[in-house]
Ligand binder design. Sequence first.
Ligand SMILES: [Mn+2]
Length: 209
Amino acid sequence: MQSETVSSKSLIDWGVASRALPGQTVCGDLHLVQPVPFGVLLAVVDGLGHGDEATLAANTAVATLAEHSEETLDALVERCHETLTKTRGVVMTAATLRAADGQLTWLGVGNVEAARIRPGDETHAPAERVLLRSGIVGYRLPELHTSSQFVTPGDLLVFATDGINAGFTKNLPTSDTPQKIADTILERHFKGTDDALVLVVRYLGASHE
Ligand SMILES: [Mn+2]
């Protein structure tokens, strides 16, 4: 018999791949994977435009999320909206994964795609996609409504900014590591006209060792 400590370390496995717009040295797309007492906070942020100003906006958003990571997603997005008013703003999708029962809650403002994929699903169609409401954090917020669902061990969450072509969930090598899956998506679907970032998270299950 052993006591089980739930930590975000055993909750997920993840990997990220990103690339700047050709000719730029910095990428304005950033991610956050932050352990919180109840599980983990995940976010992908796309600073508007590219270059230093986009990176500044994205950095500000990620720092705000990290600083207040225990708050609800709506509260976090509102905080980002306040801290980003003097920047170009960002689009973002943020999610929390609760260790106790695998509840996923997510929220998207603008066009950072997020999909839940069940490995072995031959249709390769995402089981769920985050509902994206148009808006810009720091400039114009839509009404914020989170949605929740329960994930199953082995499920993948894939976040992608708009520097990645639509259709990135097709034919994924789902048995690869999250890092390899992220690299594969970037390789196959990088548009080349914008910064791009892919975050891949595999839910391992609350009691995973
Ligand atoms: Mn973009």
